[in-house]
Design a protein around this ligand. Structure first.
Ligand code: SAM
Length: 240
């Protein structure tokens, strides 16, 4: 799965960069969300742009004086990000297994529309990796499309691809984050900007913290998910 996804993003990296590199100019809400992340992380360490694409999130934070870096699955995307932002370090990595990133490396993380490529049954695994590489008290800002559907693309900018975009319900993602051991801070939703600016989906932004007092997440159950909300009537690991 990852290889097909990586190859697809490799093929469209240049087009994607062309389309999205300056998108934050038209998204004041997103800039505010990132300003708040920077404020929350202040003094804790570098903020990683996870699934960075062409690095526009890292670039904005960098322009605000924040120490940043970026990670992406696609080498061609990393190349785009590096070419556009020579002052920021970018590296290839898979959020499901960040083998080149040590525990407690980052003060914060911004993952904008990259969790959308992780199959539901692996979402907790990715979020556990996020948590592992964050320092205690480190903060994750996760952005995603709200919904239940999976949109599949076979073609993008005239190139052959095979990419699934997963939409998540906000409550579902909150369950995954809790299961991965995060503490939930703020959960915010917004309507889409106009069509010329972005895809017409509602968006969620969740701030989640690696709380210092819970150094390791609860153990996995045999199915690979966690039952973090013990008393919830819906909790039978039904978000798996
Ligand atoms: C929809 S783009 C979002 C890019 C950028 N964050 C943005 O907001 O425009 C998704 C990005 O996530 C990256 N990605 C997908 N799966 C990944 C994984 N397992 N690990 C790291 N990056 C991944 C893709 O290569 C792609 O650059």
């Amino acid at each position: 799965m990852s290889e097909e996804l990586q190859n697809s993003y490799d093929r469209v990296a240049e087009d994607y960069a062309e389309q999205f590199r300056d998108e934050l100019d038209k998204k004041p809400f997103d800039r505010k969300m990132l300003d708040w992340l920077a404020e929350k992380v202040s003094g804790l360490g570098v903020i990683c742009d996870m699934g960075c694409g062409p690095g526009q999130i890292a670039r904005y934070l960098h322009s605000q004086g924040v120490g940043v870096c970026g990670v992406d699955l696609s080498p061609a995307m990393v190349q785009q990000a590096q070419g556009l932002n020579p002052d920021i370090p970018f590296q290839r990595g898979d959020m499901l297994a960040l083998s080149d990133v040590a525990d407690n490396s980052y003060g914060g993380m911004a993952a904008f529309y990259s969790i959308v490529h992780i199959p539901r049954q692996k979402a907790v695994q990715a979020l556990r990796e996020f948590r592992r590489v964050l320092r205690p008290e480190g903060v994750l800002l996760l952005a995603f499309h709200i919904g239940q559907e999976v949109k599949h693309l076979d073609e993008w900018w005239g190139k052959e691809v095979s990419i699934d975009f997963l939409f998540f319900k906000t409550e579902e993602m909150k369950g995954y984050l809790t299961a991965a051991g995060f503490g939930l801070e703020e959960v915010i939703e917004r309507d889409p900007y106009r069509e010329a600016v972005e895809y017409q989906s509602r968006r969620a932004y969740i701030y989640a913290k690696k709380e210092w007092f819970s150094s390791s997440p609860p153990p996995l159950n045999p199915g690979g998910t966690r039952c973090a909300m013990k008393n919830s009537p819906r909790n039978k690991c039904s978000f798996a």
